[in-house]
Design a protein around this ligand. Structure first.
Ligand code: ADP
Ligand code: TRP
Length: 323
């Protein structure tokens, strides 16, 4: 059996990049009978940026509703809020005492902001240690994440290795990042990586009218409608091809090549595709968001299972380290 583990921060409603880059590949892996999956909401990590309590609660619900809207099987697997498993904080402390300072100073999450140190909280600096604790507390083998998180999984391995070495035993499993090569980086409406922080994301759960507005605002070049266009340099085509079948992609390519096909047509086709692909998920998401008691119940069931694993593991760690 392999343990698959991944977390999504509760900082907003998961966007198309999160869904294609993280949620769907992880759910795919969770369906293999030989895998057991632990998918959690990284609400403690979200405190590094999100301080508002009401917004956190709303985001936690929205991340939970997203996993369930895409049919994550909570009977076979384990679904929980990171903050409900206090052992993760205890383990973070132990790990931090084996984490060399320069390793964290090199982490992108911190480095990107290191020129504005007065705006950096210690929590952001030690963010990778909490993430390492998330992973090794549960002896996870594989961690499905986007490309930007590879470094954090490498840091996790380094910390786990250092501790295994120091105590001369396989106390922690060394996890491997699992990247879905097909969807390395989903572009946003401005062509940069889709991200909450760039404000360029597509929220597929928006009401139809608002969703259409966002899709119609995808940036394109100014090639006139009658001229042929290059699909390979076009954001709309890139997004379309992430969702479309190969036949749909070929048709769209032919439309671009023949001229007389405007970006407005391509955007309308992308919008229709988003609606049809995500029709069921959109309905389920809306239902779950208006019934948070269902979310709470599912999470509590998962948290009891996660807590059991965490308590057993922390006992072993305490023992090995002499606490
Ligand atoms: P954001 O950049 O919007 O803040 P997060 O850093 O919270 O997103 O990412 C949550 C998960 O979604 C991670 O596994 C991350 O790698 C993945 N992810 C985020 N944005 C994208 C994207 N544009 N393309 C592919 N995967 C993404
Ligand atoms: N840092 C991850 C992100 O921003 C979220 C996360 C927290 C995570 N803990 C994790 C992902 C453990 C995988 C495993 O995307």
């Amino acid at each position: 059996m392999s343990r698959i583990l991944t977390g999504i921060q509760s900082t907003n409603i998961p966007h198309l990049g999160n869904i294609l880059g993280a949620v769907l590949p992880a759910i795919e892996l969770s369906k293999k009978p030989e895998n057991e999956s632990l998918f959690f909401i990284a609400d403690l990590h979200s405190l590094t940026t999100q301080k508002d309590a009401a917004m956190r609660i709303e985001s936690v619900n929205s991340v939970a509703a997203t996993w369930l809207a895409f049919d994550f099987d909570t009977d076979k697997n384990i679904f929980y809020r990171q903050s409900r498993i206090p052992e993760v904080c205890e383990l973070t402390w132990y790990l931090s005492c084996f984490t060399p300072f320069p390793m964290l100073a090199n982490a992108h999450s911190f480095k990107d902001k290191s020129d504005r140190l007065n705006e950096v909280y210690t929590g952001l600096f030690t963010y990778p240690v909490l993430m390492a604790a998330d992973i090794i507390l549960y002896d996870a083998n594989f961690v499905p994440v986007g490309k930007d998180q590879i470094q954090h999984v490498e840091i996790t391995r380094d910390i786990a290795k250092a501790i295994n070495n120091r105590y001369q035993q396989e106390l922690f499993v060394l996890p491997e990042a699992k990247i879905d090569e097909r969807v390395m980086i989903v572009p946003g409406i401005d062509g940069q990586k889709m991200s909450k922080s760039y404000g360029n994301y597509i929220n597929i759960f928006l009401p139809e009218k608002e969703l259409k507005k966002v899709v119609m605002s995808i940036q394109t070049d100014s090639t006139p409608i009658e001229e042929p266009k290059n699909p390979d340099t076009c954001n709309v085509f890139k997004l379309f091809s992430l969702l479309a079948t190969s036949t749909q992609q070929l048709e769209m390519r032919a439309n671009y090549a023949k001229g007389g096909y405007g970006y407005g047509h391509a955007k309308a086709a992308l919008f229709d595709l988003i609606l049809s692909q995500f029709e069921r998920a959109r309905k389920r998401y809306t239902h779950l968001m208006s019934n948070p008691d269902i979310l709470e119940q599912q999470l509590q069931i998962g948290e009891a299972k996660a807590r059991k694993i965490a308590q057993e593991k922390i006992k072993v760690v305490r023992n090995v380290m002499g606490f």
